[in-house]
Design a protein around this ligand. Structure first.
Ligand code: ADP
Ligand code: MG
Length: 352
């Protein structure tokens, strides 16, 4: 039985349909990321799960039991936000101890537990520090310690790293990953950042306009995005328009890059053309053996550490690729021959 079960949740604010039939499950000890653009309903869903919002329809179950009649403070869930205001007039100890004292834990046990948590989040000995004197990253560590202190059976994090700079975000993401794993913490992590979701989660739920667009492991979603929306959200922006021709039970798409074999039936004559996306990471300088090759002009290059991002022009299309960093491209303005295997590189979405 799943730990958390979200069943067909609907929620409307006035004329805004924030959630339109959302369902998914979280297993015990699993980290699930809710991934989607701003405004797609992620925070509303967390509030419904926390009991801070009442859904118009649908139910939230914990181990098979409805939480509809259980008030927020009895659900045993923890919440951590981006702008989790720590209590400014209290020191670190008092902030972390807050929920424990509310829960009636004896003072000596509170002291031990706070010490243990500060150790866990990498702030040993910070008890007496005034929270106003902490850096942004330290404050978020304290917020994490505070939300973990009462041992929540589910921890929900709403864009907790959103306010931090990139380097700090990456470091905290790694730490958070280690901490949640070490505790075998069941967690729901909300983000609009695909890299964060992939780095942290066992499974990802991709949301769009109040609905679940795709659910799967990071690898499944990256390998096989379920829709053009998910593909574009992952940064796969190379759209290949073209004319479709049926051939031998399959189809050929005639594009600016040449004739591309599509390994599926084109469907009814006259039906809408497919949306074809060329993965940015499955194209490389031609070595000779590729089934599809094309000439391109390098328009821009940007070294990204492990990858070399390049914008090229080919067959009237403007395309972006992520090559391995070891790839040497000719200078901007010059030509390069690129190649790919359609079965690896093409994502084909048949409409209707
Ligand atoms: P996300 O967290 O994915 O950015 P939200 O859940 O905050 O999205 O919002 C989803 C939609 O619901 C948005 O259009 C937002 O404006 C609307 N919304 C959220 N909360 C309220 C509210 N309390 N009153 C009115 N509209 C709301
Ligand atoms: Mg939000």
């Amino acid at each position: 039985m799943p730990a958390l079960s979200i069943q067909n949740i609907h929620k409307t604010f006035g004329t805004t349909r924030a959630l339109n039939g959302v369902s998914f499950e979280v297993r015990r000890g699993e980290i699930v990321a809710l991934l989607g653009p701003s405004g797609c309903g992620k925070s509303t869903l967390l509030n419904v799960i926390a009991g801070l919002e009442t859904p118009d329809a649908g139910d939230v179950l914990w181990q098979g039991r409805s939480l509809a009649a259980v008030p927020p403070h009895k659900r045993g869930f923890g919440l951590m936000f981006q702008d989790y205001a720590l209590f400014p007039h209290m020191n670190v100890f008092e902030n972390v101890a807050f929920g424990l004292r509310m829960g009636g834990l004896p003072p000596e046990e509170v002291r031990l537990r706070v010490g243990e948590l500060l150790e866990l989040v990498g702030l040993p000995g910070f008890e007496k520090r005034d929270v106003d004197t902490l850096s942004g990253g330290e404050q978020q560590r304290v917020a994490l310690a505070r939300s973990l202190a009462p041992r929540p059976r589910l921890l929900m994090l709403d864009e907790p790293l959103g306010a931090l700079d990139r380097a700090l975000r990456e470091r905290l993401l790694d730490e958070l990953h280690d901490i949640l794993r070490q505790l075998e913490q069941t967690a729901l992590y909300v983000t609009h950042d695909q890299e964060e979701a992939f780095a942290l989660a066992d499974r990802v739920v991709v949301m769009r306009q109040g609905e679940v667009e795709q659910t799967g492991t990071p690898q499944q979603i990256y390998r096989q995005p379920a829709s053009p929306f998910v593909a574009r959200f992952l940064g796969f922006g190379n759209l290949l328009g073209g004319r479709l021709k049926a051939r031998d039970g399959g189809a050929v798409l005639k594009t600016g890059l040449g004739d591309l074999p599509l390994n599926r039936d084109p469907g009814r004559p006259g039906s809408a053309p497919p949306v074809v996306i060329l993965r940015p990471d499955a194209v490389h300088p031609a070595r000779g053996g590729e089934s599809c090759q094309f000439e391109a002009v390098v328009r821009e290059k940007s070294f990204r550490g492990s990858t070399l991002r390049a914008w090229v022009e080919a067959g009237g299309l403007s395309l972006r690729f992520d090559f391995p960093a070891s790839v040497e491209l000719p200078p901007v303005g010059e030509r390069v021959r690129l190649g790919f295997e359609p079965s690896e590189a093409l994502l084909v979405f048949w409409q209707g």
